[in-house]
Every structure is written in structure tokens, then in C-alpha cells.
Write a protein that binds this ligand. Sequence first.
Ligand code: PCD
Ligand code: CU1
Length: 797
Amino acid sequence: MTDIQDKKLTEFDDNDQHPVGFGRMLRKEDARLLRGRGRFVDDVQLPGMLHLAILRSPFAHANIVSIDTSAAEASPGVKAVVTGETLKGLGLAWMPTLSNDVQAVLATDRVRFQGQEVAFVVAEDRYQARDALELIDVEYDVLEPVVDVRKALDPDAPVIRTDLEGKTDNHVFDWETGDEEETNRVFASADVIVKEDIVYPRVHPAPMETCGSVADFDPVEGRLRLWSTTQAPHAHRTLYAIVAGIPEHKIQVIAPDIGGGFGNKVPIYPGYVHSIVGSIVTGKPVKWMEDRSENLISTGFARDYIMRAEIAATAEGRILAIRTNVLADHGAFNGTAAPVKYPAGFFGVFTGSYDIQAAHCKMTAVYTNKAPGGVAYACSFRITEAVYLVERIVDALAYELRMDPAELRLKNFIQPEQFPYTTKTGWVYDSGNYEPTMRLAMEMAGYEELRKEQELKRARGELMGIGISFFTEAVGAGPRKNMDILGLGMADGCELRVHPTGKAVVRLSVKTQGQGHETTFAQIIAEELGIPPADIDVLHGDTDNTPFGLGTYGSRSTPVSGAAAALVARKVRDKAKLIASAMLEVSVADLDWVKGAFQVKGDPGRSVTIQEIAFRAHGAGDLPDGVEGGLEAQICYNPSNLTYPHGAYICVVDIDPGTAEVKVRRFIAVDDCGTRINPMIIEGQVHGGLTDGVGMALMEMISFDEDGNCLGASLMDYLIPTALEVPDWETGYTVTPSPHHPIGAKGIGESATVGSPPAIVNAVVDALKPFGIRHADMPLTPSRVWDAMRGQATPPI
Ligand code: PCD
Ligand SMILES: [Cu+]
């Protein structure tokens, strides 16, 4: 750690609630949110507003024979009933997805997953709209569905995407990375090879607020205002302009307060488009708000990877190579968002935190009769799957070698002097110092003691497990030269204005969903300009008032927009310096910046504050040559690389031998996200992600019956963790700044969701060691653990 970092660390540790810059500080947005003054999409009320409800397919796969809407149209309060045929006439039946596929806005010919949108009703209130849905008479001709992903490519499997010309199978894409020949060569010479089939089940982000929108189309001005639950307002606006043919400057997308996104609010859902069409057709504002079931069966699923992992090593535990084969279930439409050149997202980082000689991955993605899948649920585009794969297979290797899993990892880490480190699949890790992070986690856990305790307990027949995971993420997409979504470069704009009295407003292209941008971005500006965070307003989420940028997901806000904010503040500071030199009548070379003021070198008594400079910049009188007046700047930031946060997690579980129930007793999480802006917010992010991890590892799974019925359609069936299932989290940190980020910060928002499932599963498998078990698939529900204990195969999903 550098001196600067040490200095910052002491700042972080004090409990000052009002740091002028980085440090612990209560969230500015909570003054509003905790008093019930948040304004979410469902709070939007417009004069004459109508309500929209969607009729969804009860079948996973069926031809639509006919739709009779006459009774619904005659139902009280109904203003419009729209079907796929109506949309077809308008050229709006299909829309592009964020991964170069198309998706039905309303089904025309056929339904392809249970819950797919078939028709919508617009009525005076929500009840009338819902009642009218029951009166729509749809005749279906039910087809055999493709539910089992392993059978999707069978020659006799029904073809799902008959809408795509010339499509004769259910293949979405093949993708490959690494060097196959070299990897095979290394495998052939290895002492030990361990192979494991690993499933990352389909899960749902399940944010507290479901998706919805309010569309208000003004036919006179040709202007559309759309309030919607979107994590990427600017990108959505561009897509609406392309789909609906409304000029982009006449579309205003407003993402108001959002009750959690977790990747669920990145895709464009048919419902958003329905509300737009509904408003155009009726000439009135139209609100659409999903219920919980609709959210759970039709929006943004994640994971669903069936992975074969193989690892090669020497007898002494030196890891040589990793290879993997993946079958990816993308559902009926490839609706995930992924940078164009990365159809499998950033799965290429499956080599983890280890210095190895070769790696290779082959992946096949297929369509099935399920809702579109693959959203980056708290995961920078498939990082979660990659980390789970490597951390599970490394543990399986430790099992075979009878080595301690901590020791095995320590032996194979990429060393600090190897950074920037290019992996065997071509990723350039910007910085890292893994061993201290691992050692700190072990120290906090009391690792040696825990192992002793485990030995004693094992001798008594008790089931205690200790699980480790060590991860490296790739977040902050991304470099414009090789990353884009639908042709849009992944850069972010930022604008900063300092008003005459020294108060400021910063405008961001990213959009917070609860992670606290209104606070942390004010802190970044405060750190750079010395204006207190309370004096800085953070504007975001309204395309009319913010610069263009690709939005919030993949923990990219701090790496990309955070950098933009720091640099725009520095631009303002440079301008302020010119004005200060005129005010103090010295040359710029004679000025020193002390946070919040310029002072004359060697004469600290003579100085001007940023507030005084702001007033002067707007005031009467001459300005120095080349200074326009005002104090503002704007920037578009192109990241030169991603940032690579890392972390070491240790989980301790106890399993009840009588019921197979898993209890997470302790969880130690040491994260390294480089420079820390607000440690309190970081801890909150980590607590949230760890809770996610408990959910995925122990209880969450969206499964389907053989007819393709979704079995997780309510929170009674799809279990998510509560405070009762989680321990008191024990968090720690190390600081390895990103060398290319102006403040050295890396992302943190998804780290814990990514890193915790393998730690928990590794702990459960470790507890089951006496049964000779090397692997068991998530979610490790009591019945699965019970089966594992009795040597029965995990039931297939
Ligand atoms: N170094 C550092 C980093 C960071 N930070 C902080 O923390 C946070 C976070 O960040 P980031 O990492 O950058 O991230 P963002 O971008 O902002 O965000 C995003 C994320 O975020 C997380 N978290 C959260 N939280 C909440 N509350 N809510 C939500 O929803 C959420 N989501 C999740 C997700 S899933 Mo995706 O979408 O799937 O892709 S992605 C994601 C913010 O506030 C910031 O500023 C600090 O302080 N420092
Ligand atoms: Cu992902």
C-alpha cells in the first residue's frame, strides 16, 4: 500500500458523518427514501391516466389459432385491446434485444414460453383491465415444448424459433476461447486431472420493486415521455427511437427512484413497449405495473449454465491448466445484454486468480421454451458462473490431492509483480495483491483454529464445513475499442456545474437503483474540489437532463462514471486555477491546491476558496485571457480497461445430520475494490451480495415441469433469504488501487454475489467429506444434502 492509501485509510476509519470527500457518510438519498418520499414509477399519476394489463400464455409452446377480443372490448372501462396482429399491422410485433436477437412484443404466430405476452388491455383502472383479460378468448394448438436443455439440439427436437428465416435447430451460438491444442498438451502431461459436472441453476434477481412504466405520448408535439424501471435510460431511449420510429430528441426516458435492479431492469421488456403503444392508440397516458408473479415468470432470468470443468495439476498442487465445456440455456429469445463481441459475457475469466499455463473453453448456447435468460444478475456478464466454476473445481482438486484448499490457492496465486497480468484467455488484470487479502481473511476467521475444531467435531460425528472462495472480477465495461452494446460504445458522459455561490450540480449518465450514487458521486466531486457533499446535487435517470451513457450494470458506475466524475471535477479545477491566479495576482505556476482552495506557494495566508472562485467566475469585471466565465465542464470518459476487484471469502457451516439442514454459522468477507469512496456503502453492498449468495447456494432455483410450467411463480415457491437465514457478516478489506482509474477505484456492487456461492457450497461439500462427497449442485436444500449424504445423485434440474 502506498502512503497516499495509508492516509486515506485513516480517513475512512473515522466516523465523521460529513467528510469533504471519501469516508463514511450517511446516504443523502435516505432523507427522502426513509420518509416515504421516494418517487417510484408506480407513484407517477397523470391526469386521465389509463391502466394496462397483459394477457400471458398459459403454455410453454403453442400455436395461436385464433384470438377473440370482442367480449373484452365491450367490458366496462376498456379503451383498447391490442393483439399481435394489431402490432404486426404497425410493424411493431417484434423488437430487437440487447444481444442482437429479436423478441416478440406480442406473440403473433406462436407462443414460446409460459408467461409470454399475447395481448394487452388498456382500461380506466387496473381492476377493469385485469377483469377484461379473462374475457379474451385465445385458441391454442399446444406443441411439444423443449424443456430439457440437454435435448434442445437433438435432431428431432421441435424448432422453437420458426420466426427466424431458415432456422432448422435451436442453436443460438457457439463460442470458444483460449488455446485448445496447448491446453490438451498440458493436460496430457499433468500428474493429476480432476473432472466435475457443475450446474449453475436458473435463478431470478427478484428485486423488491417489479418492472413497470408510464407512457405519455403527445400527438401534437410528437413527443413521448416514458417513466420506466430502467437501469439504462439512455440506451433504452435509443432503442425506442429505432423500434418506434419516434425521433430520439422527442423521447424522454425518466427512471425515477428504483426499488432494486440487480440486472433485472437492464433488458427492454415488451410491457414497456405496450405502454407506449397503448398511449399512442388511446391518446392518454398509460401505466403498466407488473405483479410479483409476472416478474418471476417472464423477466430477466440469470445463469442456467451446465458446465463440465476439468483441472490439471502436478502432484505437488501446482495448477497447470483448466478447460471447460458449457451448455447455456438462453430461453426462447436471447434477451440478455452482453457486449456484442462477448456472446458469453466475460465468462473468459474462468481461469480465476491463478497463474496457469493454458486454458480453453467451448460453449454452446441454445433456445428452450423458457423465458429469456442470461441477464447479468449481480454479475458482470457471466462472471458469477466463471467464478463458481473455477472455485468449485479448485476445491475438487484440493480434495483429490488431500491438500488444504487455502494452501492450494496460496500456492497458485498470480504474484503482485506479475500485474498487469494477461490471462490465457486474453484478459488483462489491471492490478492485484492476492496473498494479503487471503491471509487477512484467514486471520479474521481464525482458520487454523477452525480446522482444529472441525477435526474434533468430525471425530464426534458432527458435520461442520469450512469453505473458501477467492475471486477476481472484471467490472466496468468497457473499453470502446472492443466493447459495445448494439453498436453503442460503452463510454459515459458527465457534466458538472458550480453555481455562483459555490454549490454544484453533477449530471450522470448512470442510474442508481439503491446503491447510493447520490452520495458517492457527491463524495467524488467533494474529494476533487473540496465542496462539501451536502452542497452537491447529483442528477441522474432523466435523459433530458443528463449526458448520454450506457447505464448501470456490471458494477460499471464507479469504474466508468466515477472516473468521469473525477475527471470532470479536475477540468473544473483547472479552470478555477486560472481564475485564482487572476484573483491572487500570481502566475498559475505559483499556486498550490489544498483541498477546497488555491494558495500562493510559500504564502499560505494568501488563498482563495473554490466558493470565492465560483463567485468570481460568474461575477462582474474582467476575466483572465482565455476564460469564458462560469465554472462548469463536461466530459465523455472512455475506460482504457476494466477494473479487476478481488476478494477472499471464508464460510463456516454446520449441517444437522438428522435433517440435512445447512446453517451458515459464520461468513468472513475480505474485499479489495481499490480506493474506497464510502466504506459504509461498500459494507452495505457486500452484506446485500452475501445474502444473495446464501439464497443461490441454499434455496433459490427456478425450475420447470416437463410441460414447461414455471415452478417458481411466487415467493412461496421461489425462496429468497431473509435476516433469519444469514449470520452476522464479518467484513474486512485490503486496498489495491486500479492503476488506470483516476481515483484508483474498482467496482464493488456485485463482488459478494459473485464470490459467496462457491464459498458456501465449498463449505457444505467440506462438511460432507466423511461421506466421500466431492461435489453437490446448488441449491443445497435439505433434500439435496440428504440425498448427497445417502450417496444418491443430485436430482437433475
Ligand atoms: N471503490 C468503491 C466502489 C464503489 N463504491 C460505491 O458502491 C456502490 C456500487 O458501486 P459499483 O460497484 O460501481 O456498482 P454500480 O454500477 O454503482 O451499481 C451496479 C451494481 O449495484 C449492485 N448493488 C445494488 N444495490 C442496491 N441497493 N440495489 C441494487 O439494485 C443493486 N444492484 C447491484 C448490481 S446487479 Mo447488475 O445490474 O446485475 O449487472 S450491477 C449492480 C456505489 O454507490 C459506489 O459509489 C464505493 O464507495 N467505493
Ligand atoms: Cu452473469
